[in-house]
Design a protein around this ligand. Structure first.
Ligand code: MSP
Length: 650
């Protein structure tokens, strides 16, 4: 029976940067919630998509020499693009919106016009501080140390004719909404919004730009494009058919049950978004939940830094479910978290391999050994079973309470309370001893039924987080389809229960921590940077001129630093003539004098002598000079020691 409709969304992603595991975090959490609601019997609409307009995209496309549309198409539809990533992460979205979709663009034009016509959008002049990477305007008071409060980068003074949205008009209503309802969670985000943005005075918001063209055109004023937030935020409604005929689920799914968003865009979702909806007299979403950020080894996550935060690499090594599980189990959803490879591996080993995987494999193995994998009718209950059953009921109730609050990590603690208890139940009931006597066979049968039932319940509860593995577990227990959802959570291990189980390969093999860390370390090393080669000379030297240069093999008899110079080394060289040759060379930065003694080098010996730091230099030593990532490197040309001093090189 359908329990009603449920609408949940993720932020729509900028297709401008490499997506890393931090981006997947919110989408995995949203997917988990959507699957949970489906299992409860709701008709779920899960929306995700891409936010494809703006100057950043226009600039990047120009850099790449392609059109902005081609640029976003590549990142959204291309190999290992956004769609591929969501497929990899097993994201069960119901609808995917691109803000470049025609129906959305036309709807945004209508929305902009409606707000202009009702007087909430007006034309003015913008002077302010603009952060180009974030595409955000800031007031002086919002800057942190004169820099963008979101990304900490430099901001520029900007002035241009622009349209404004009368955000200030809604300040009191928004403050009331935030302070006196549960619209925004966690609660700590409310104080942040009220104290940092509303109390200092909400200013009207610039909603159009003339300095770039890659955006939704304002159809009644050529040259203006809708500045990103109206375009981006209304995706949540246009994707249901608001101001367009492409879809018509608005009355079923709006207002949204929850928007999941990262903490840095809470401001847009909890202040600007409700104000815009108020302007059009539209119902507000029921809730905005601002989750924390994942860092990597304490640093901001970024694929370009060479961190192994590539979901493709991680899921290939550990499996998608292990990755999904780790994200949800380890970090409380409202807070920031620190992703480390050690933590990832130890979570997989402890929870998935030891606790869950072992329980499943021990149980099906014992079923096979003691009952040929078929647990028929009958059995003998004991008081301990009641304890297990009561604990399972408590776990289910707590789990649901935590899931309703989006506390995935706490809900998972509950599931592991049940799994731990079931493992302990094996130690307490000692099936291997019960199996020794026919008299205790009935008791053993009930013990095994209880274990199967605990696993079944845990697997259902884990389905939203690790859908494939949960299905694999339920398959090993041959659980009927109708006993796999939340309406079938009622605990039953009595005499009538029957099971046929299957022995399978381990679900989560244990990972060798040291070996795996070393492999990840290797993978995270940036690829060897390319050599920056000096441009080749365009001018030819005639052969006779070249032949005039006299190159000789020379052996280093002595080498020392030159006093008061941090550049020069002074060489005493055997050049085969019987008289020492002195050459000064500016390579002290690259070599210690003692490491060069005895080496055979190449010198050009017919250059006119030069004085350096008051000492004469008769010739020049050849070396290779090159540059790696802007850093200059130098290697002296060293040749085979078998070549005698004075040998002519040509
Ligand atoms: N386009 C806007 C959203 C518009 S919604 C109407 C945007 N896009 S984004 O691609 O930059 O970010 C998408 C989401 O990924 C945001 O919720 C952001 O918080 C989240 N994350 C990006 N890096 C993250 C981490 N390292 N950790 C957790 N979430 C992170 O913002």
């Amino acid at each position: 029976m359908c329990k009603g409709n449920y609408y949940i969304t993720t932020p729509i992603y900028y297709p401008s940067a490499n997506l890393h595991i931090g981006h997947a975090y919110c989408t995995v959490a949203t997917d988990t919630m959507a699957r949970y609601k489906r299992l409860q019997g709701y008709n779920v609409k899960f929306l995700t998509g891409t936010d494809e307009h703006g100057q950043k995209i226009e600039d990047k496309a120009k850099e790449a020499g392609i059109t902005p549309q081609q640029f976003v198409d590549n990142i959204v539809l291309g190999e290992k693009g956004v769609l591929d990533l969501w497929k990899l992460m097993n994201i069960s979205y119901d609808r995917f919106i691109r803000t470049t979709d025609d129906y959305h663009v036309a709807a945004i034009q209508k929305i902009f016009k409606r707000m202009y016509e009702n007087g909430d959008i007006y034309k003015g002049k913008y002077t302010g501080k603009y952060c180009k990477p974030c595409e955000s305007f800031w007031t002086e008071s919002q800057l942190v140390d004169g820099k963008c409060p979101d990304c900490g980068r430099e901001v520029q003074d900007a002035e241009e004719e622009a349209y404004f949205f009368r955000l200030s008009k809604y300040a009191d209503r928004i403050q009331d909404l935030l302070e006196n309802t549960d619209f925004l969670e966690p609660r700590s985000r409310v104080n942040e919004m009220v104290n940092n943005f509303i109390k200092p005075g909400l200013e009207d918001l610039c909603v159009s730009r003339t300095s770039f063209t890659w955006g939704v055109p304002v159809d009644f004023d050529e040259g203006h494009v809708v500045y990103v937030w109206i375009d981006a935020l209304f995706n949540y409604m246009t994707a249901l058919g608001f101001e367009n005929d492409k879809y018509n689920d608005l009355s079923d799914f709006w207002p949204a049950d929850v928007h999941f968003v990262g903490k840095e865009i809470v401001r847009f979702h909890s202040i600007i978004w409700p104000a815009m909806l108020m302007s059009l007299n539209l119902p507000l979403p029921k809730k905005v939940y601002g989750h924390g950020w994942l860092n990597f080894n304490g640093e901001k996550m970024s694929k370009s830094r060479g961190n192994v935060v590539d979901p493709y690499i991680l899921s290939e090594r550990f499996g998608v479910d292990a990755l999904r599980f780790f994200l949800l189990r380890t970090f409380p959803f409202g807070s920031d978290g620190n992703f480390t490879n050690e933590l990832l591996i130890s979570t997989i080993n402890t929870d998935l391999a030891n606790t869950l995987g072992n329980l499943v494999s021990r149980t099906v193995a014992m079923n096979q050994k003691y009952f040929g994998s078929v647990l028929g009718e009958g059995g003998e209950a004991a008081a301990l079973d009641g304890e297990l059953k009561a604990l399972a009921a408590d776990v289910i109730a707590n789990y649901e309470k935590q899931m309703e609050r989006f506390q995935f990590s706490v809900a998972l603690n509950e599931v592991f309370r049940l799994l731990d208890r079931a493992n302990k139940y094996i130690d307490e009931t000692t099936p291997w001893i019960l199996a020794k006597s026919e008299d205790s066979k009935a008791r053993l049968l009930t013990v095994m039924k209880n274990l199967c039932e605990c696993i079944r319940i845990a697997a259902i509860l884990l389905t939203p987080m690790i859908p494939d593995s949960s299905k694999a577990i339920l398959d090993l227990l041959n659980v009927a389809e109708e006993k796999r959802d939340f309406s079938a959570l009622c605990y039953c291990a009595d005499e009538n229960a029957v099971w046929t189980t299957t022995v399978g390969a381990p679900l989560f093999p244990r990972i060798d921590v040291e070996k795996e860390l070393a492999a990840l370390e290797e993978l995270s090393k940036p690829a060897k940077p390319a050599l920056e080669i000096e441009p080749y000379s365009e001018e030819n030297v005639d052969f006779d001129t070249f032949c005039k240069s006299d190159f000789r093999a020379v052996k280093v008899k002595d080498c020392k630093n030159v006093k008061k110079s941090d550049k020069l080394l002074q060489f005493t060289l055997d050049d085969g003539t019987g008289t020492d040759r002195q050459i000064l060379s500016g390579i002290a930065k690259y070599y210690k004098p003692e490491e060069l003694i005895g080496k055979t080098l190449v010198a050009i010996v017919n250059l006119p002598p030069r004085k350096m730091m008051g000492r004469e230099s008769c010739g020049m030593l050849l070396s290779a000079v090159h540059s790696v990532e802007g850093e200059e490197k130098l290697n002296l040309i060293m040749i085979d020691d078998a070549i005698p001093a004075g040998a002519k090189l040509c």
